[in-house]
Design a protein around this ligand. Structure first.
Ligand code: AGP
Length: 608
């Protein structure tokens, strides 16, 4: 969750590094730091809090130098403090290092170093790396880092510079992402492309147990065993403006409004309307196995997990595949006896979520086929699966996932449709599905046009301390996702529940101060949802109903109604989630929350 950005080139490093950090701040932030090498010296500054605190420290200080690194920290070992902020240094302040990940054997290394007389200045695990590199440095920084990698257990994405190794930065990774950027005026390295996308679209992804020495004019990648690696340069499809606010008050709202385009992007070039079947080139490598697949397990975390929960219903509706969905963090502890030709489908925006990565590695060991639906090209999950489908949704900066969720649901529908149409799903159903998919972007725009109406509802209920979200079948996961959105950005307690469970307990909670969001589109569950709404109203609970446009019955019952256009049952979640996203956004905004960077949260959870 920490952010790393480095530069070695012909331009002044300071502005490049600070700007790069700002693009990474969503990853995790309780402190930040910078180190710049210049004429045989290294200057380091660190600050607790947001990057702006670091800027206050260095804005008035000349900080010349064309080689440097910077870091935003999300604490894992040691409280947020200036001493615990990165970059860390050895005792003589010659080695400077920034790190993302967790050193699992740092206690043992620390004891070993203390016996050699090393004195530690921080509570972090990272600091042991600085002292180890100093210990091994004999003029070759790359070799010193390689030897350190051999001593270390755990995960790291690191960047290292040394006062006596001018004009170079050494980067290395094991389990935490690092990408190298190539430009005419130097080379970059960062935790993800958004930190450098303003300067280059040419990148190279480091893989686990690889390191690279980057200089102004070159970079070389080697394995932990010093074997030289030639790696293809990739073109980043994102542009700098994709990571700009473009007039929106928050990235989250911008990304909610991007959904018509990102749903279109998820389908672009992937539909054969006349055949009622999609084209998904990314799964070609495994298609012969996948089309015979009879058992699929989706694994993911958070919002991506809720997308998988909808996906299970989608696969049951459109295919003959026996489908399960598992929290990635729990999947690893199950006794996994996969039937022959089982596939595991990992859903992840970042492609770096540690729990999801660990789940697919466990599945690999058990012989399952691995698929990914991922947004970040070249990310760890994208590379460690056998095949996959990219969201092509552009960077999602807001910590609360919105556009990726609807993109994931769109792609899951395409995948289920493709497999289903090679099983028993008839042409007519395929054509109906594709027509309904093609209508979605316009339908989402219709819902977004109700933003003021939804804001007015948030105005009425944003002070309520507890909310309930209810849904059935395809919309049960939307109840859970709606509750998560509200929780994570407004800090209001909310629960998503299967509406059928109301009578088994939650109905005891109903009271006039607890709004219930009832997701009740005109699908096969409608009548039962109507009963739930009546049960709640008879106990004086306020009901905010999400209904199909033109529904008169619910209008008579509910306190508030938000309409979505008509679509096929299995596509309603892509529409019913939009009001939930906007309700959460406006409640958080009215409560003055830090919407894009909610407390305690980070965009990419790269630690378990
Ligand atoms: C979603 O709003 C949350 N920020 C979080 O639950 C997120 O969905 C989860 O951490 C999974 O991230 P991923 O999709 O990058 O794997």
């Amino acid at each position: 969750m920490c952010g790393i950005v480095c530069y070695v080139g012909s331009r002044e490093a300071k502005p490049i590094l600070i700007d790069g950090l700002k693009q990474l701040e969503y990853r995790g932030y309780d402190s930040a730091g910078i180190a710049i090498q210049n004429q045989g010296q290294v200057q380091r500054f660190r600050a607790v809090g947001r990057i702006v605190e670091l800027e206050k420290k260095i804005n008035s200080i000349p900080l010349p130098g064309k080689v440097g690194m910077a870091h935003t920290r999300w604490a894992t070992h040691g409280e947020p403090s200036e001493l615990n902020a990165h970059p860390h240094a050895d005792q003589e302040e010659k080695v400077f290092i920034v790190h993302n990940g967790i050193i699992e054997n740092y206690h043992q290394i620390k004891k070993r170093l203390e016996k050699k007389g090393v004195e530690f200045s921080s509570e972090t695990d990272t600091e042991v790396l600085a002292h180890l590199i100093a210990l091994y440095f004999d003029g070759d920084l790359g070799e010193a880092v390689r030897r350190t990698m051999a001593d270390v257990e755990g995960t790291f994405g690191i960047a290292v510079l040394h006062r006596d190794a001018p004009g170079q930065i050494v980067v290395a990774r094991r389990g935490s992402p690092l990408v190298i950027g190539i430009s005419n005026d130097g080379h970059f390295a960062a935790s993800d492309v958004s930190a450098m996308v303003r300067h280059t679209s040419q990148v190279v992804h480091l893989q686990d147990n690889e390191m690279a020495v980057i200089t102004r004019d070159d970079f070389s990648i080697t394995t932990a065993q010093a074997k030289l690696i030639q790696r293809a340069v990739e073109e980043v499809e994102w542009k700098a403006e994709d990571a700009e606010l473009n007039g929106f008050p928050h990235y989250m709202l911008k990304e909610i409004y991007e959904q018509p385009e990102t749903i279109e992007n998820a389908m672009r070039g992937r539909l054969e309307p006349g055949e009622g079947v999609p084209k998904l080139g990314g799964i070609t490598p495994v298609w012969d196995r996948l089309k015979e697949c009879r058992h699929l397990v989706m694994v993911a975390c958070g919002t991506s997990y809720y997308a998988g929960c909808v996906g299970r219903y989608l696969f049951e509706r459109l295919t003959e595949v026996d489908t399960e969905v598992e929290l990635a963090s729990e999947f690893r502890y199950r006794k996994l006896n996969f039937p022959p030709n089982t596939f595991i489908l990992a859903l992840s925006q970042s492609g770096e979520t540690a729990d999801t990565l660990a789940a697919i590695r466990e599945a690999r060991r058990k012989g399952a086929g691995l698929l990914g639906i991922v947004n970040v090209v070249g990310s760890s999950i994208a590379r460690e699966t056998d095949a996959g489908i990219y969201n092509h949704a552009g960077p999602e900066i807001g910590v609360a996932s919105t556009k990726i969720f609807t993109s994931q649901l769109t792609i899951l529908t395409l995948l289920a449709l493709l497999i289903g149409r090679h099983q028993n799903l008839p042409l007519t159903e395929g054509i109906t599905a594709i027509r309904a998919l093609q209508a979605l972007p316009h339908q989402v725009r219709e819902i977004l046009a109700q933003a003021h109406h939804i804001e007015a509802i948030a105005e009425k209920y944003h002070k309520c301390q507890n909310w309930l979200f209810l849904g059935r079948k395809y919309n049960y996961p939307i109840a859970m996702e709606g509750a998560l959105k509200l929780k994570e950005i407004s800090y209001i307690h909310a629960e998503g529940y299967a509406a059928g469970e109301m009578k088994h307990g939650p109905i005891a909670l109903i009271n006039p101060d607890m709004p219930t969001v009832a997701i009740a589109p005109m699908d096969e569950m409608y009548e039962k949802m109507l009963s739930n709404i009546q049960e709640i109203k008879s106990r004086k609970g306020p009901v905010i109903a999400i209904v199909t446009k033109g529904d008169e019955k619910v209008k008579e019952l509910a306190d508030e109604v938000i309409e979505v256009p008509t679509t096929v049952d299995y596509l309603y979640p892509i529409l019913t989630v939009i009001p939930c996203q906007l309700l959460a956004y406006y409640c958080a905004s009215l409560l003055g929350r830090d919407i894009d960077k909610p407390r305690n949260l980070a965009k990419s959870v790269t630690v378990e």
